[in-house]
Design a protein around this ligand. Structure first.
Ligand SMILES: NC(=O)C1=CN([C@@H]2O[C@H](COP(=O)(O)OP(=O)(O)OC[C@H]3O[C@@H](n4cnc5c(N)ncnc54)[C@H](OP(=O)(O)O)[C@@H]3O)[C@@H](O)[C@H]2O)C=CC1
Ligand SMILES: CC(C)=CCC[C@@H](C)[C@H]1CC[C@H]2C3=C(CC[C@]12C)[C@@]1(C)CCC(=O)C[C@@H]1CC3
Length: 345
């Protein structure tokens, strides 16, 4: 076990710092006077004040140099949720997170902030204003969620005030913003293929979409409030925009902002879910022969057609969280940042 790094030093590490959320987090940490060590499987940019360490987080020897002299670690690396590679999720999110915890202990790190996900309690059915006391999903909607649950449990259980190792988990939901590689690109691709004409269900289902800077703000607040006498030790926190919005209004605002038509025609939820399930089964059966990647997976239909929004009351109370960018402004800034995805570009 290494000696403890001087508490409060402004050196931190961001595991997954080359990714969408990770890079926004790194930029804000630099603004706040931290020096940052990024550990990632790839390097996607260069910035003064940032040292990159490339490697797989499952490899303790690769991780160690990134955690040297660091008192605070953010862990926001994960395989992309769209993958159906169960073994990869298990290796990176479960085994890899154990490695991260062990490497933190060996390096004398004092605080670990995990990026979890609000979807750890989502089973594909309505959640309205869900609190952190909801049980973990018994039937998680996919391997990604299944392994995010185990990852969160591992990190929270590792919180040990006696040993001076403090942990907390941030559960964001539907992160969006400039440079997001998922939400806007998938949406625009679907629109360009002429498949964004339909609204699944009656279109009134409310969902949280969270602007990336609010997610970053929640992470940094949690890190700075994480002390042995703080109520946040070993707990999960929902971080949202605190403005649930109709899923289809959000999609329409982004689409219209980029010059595409908003979806108009309604399809019954159960019909679309049933078809998605059939297609998923067909893709599974035919997998040895052909690779089919359906747009409408059961998971996506559930995300698009149910209520799932979460209360961030606990984060407000325990860490003084308040979103720093409203939804309308977040959408405007996001739309503006994708000139290459505009209709006709
Ligand atoms: N985006 C969202 O809406 C939400 C995200 N989250 C969580 O937030 C976190 C960040 O998500 P996001 O920024 O969107 O994801 P990204 O995929 O953009 O970022 C994750 C980064 O981790 C890297 N990575 C993956 N596997 C490894 C590995 N084995 N070793 C080292 N680095 C690795 C990725 O590299 P590569 O790209 O090459 O795989 C990528 O650079 C994740 O934990 C995710 O579960 C939670 C809720 C919602
Ligand atoms: C709220 C939340 C958890 C958002 C996460 C991001 C993605 C899961 C969504 C981003 C774009 C969405 C999308 C669909 C499903 C959910 C997303 C992938 C559809 C495939 C749903 C069915 C359609 O009619 C087309 C949609 C395209 C965009």
């Amino acid at each position: 076990m290494a000696t403890r790094v001087r508490p409060g030093n402004k050196r931190c590490a961001v595991i997954g710092g080359s990714g969408f959320l990770g890079r926004h987090l790194v930029e804000k940490l630099l603004d706040k006077g931290y020096t940052v060590s990024v550990f990632d499987i790839r390097q996607s940019y260069e910035l003064p004040g940032v040292t990159f360490h490339l490697g797989d987080l499952c490899d303790p020897q690769a991780l160690a140099p990134a955690l040297r002299d660091v008192s605070l670690v953010f862990h926001c690396a994960s395989p992309a949720p769209g993958s159906d590679n169960r073994a990869l999720f298990e290796t990176v999110n479960i085994k890899g997170t154990r490695t991260v915890i062990q490497a933190c202990a060996e390096a004398g790190v004092q605080k670990l902030v995990l990026t979890s996900s609000a979807s750890v309690v989502f089973e594909g059915t309505d959640i309205k204003n869900g609190g952190e006391d909801l049980p973990y999903a018994k039937k998680p909607i996919d391997y990604y969620t299944e392994t995010k649950i185990e990852q969160e449990k591992l990190v929270l259980a590792a919180c040990d005030k006696e040993k001076g190792f403090l942990t907390v988990a941030i559960r964001p939901h539907g992160i969006f913003g400039p440079r997001d590689p998922q939400l806007v690109p998938i949406l625009v691709d679907t629109a360009r293929r002429g498949k964004m004409k339909f609204i699944i269900g009656d279109g009134t289902n409310l969902v949280d979409f969270t602007f990336v800077e609010n997610v970053v703000h929640g992470h940094i607040l949690a890190a700075e409030r994480l002390r042995a006498d703080s109520p946040i030790c070993g707990k999960p926190y929902h971080i949202t925009n605190d403005e649930p919005v109709r899923f289809w209004d959000f999609m329409s605002d982004v689409l219209v902002g980029l010059g595409y038509a908003a979806p108009r025609y309604h399809l019954p939820y159960t019909l679309v879910y049933g078809l998605a399930l059939l297609l998923w089964l067909l893709a599974l059966i035919l997998r040895p022969l052909v690779s089919i990647k359906p747009t409408f997976t059961p998971m996506r239909v559930a995300l698009a057609g149910t209520h799932h929004y979460y209360s961030c009351e606990r984060a407000k109370q325990d860490m003084g969280y308040k979103p720093v960018v409203g939804l309308k402004e977040g959408i405007a800034r996001t739309v503006q940042s994708y000139p290459h995805l505009r209709q006709g570009a």
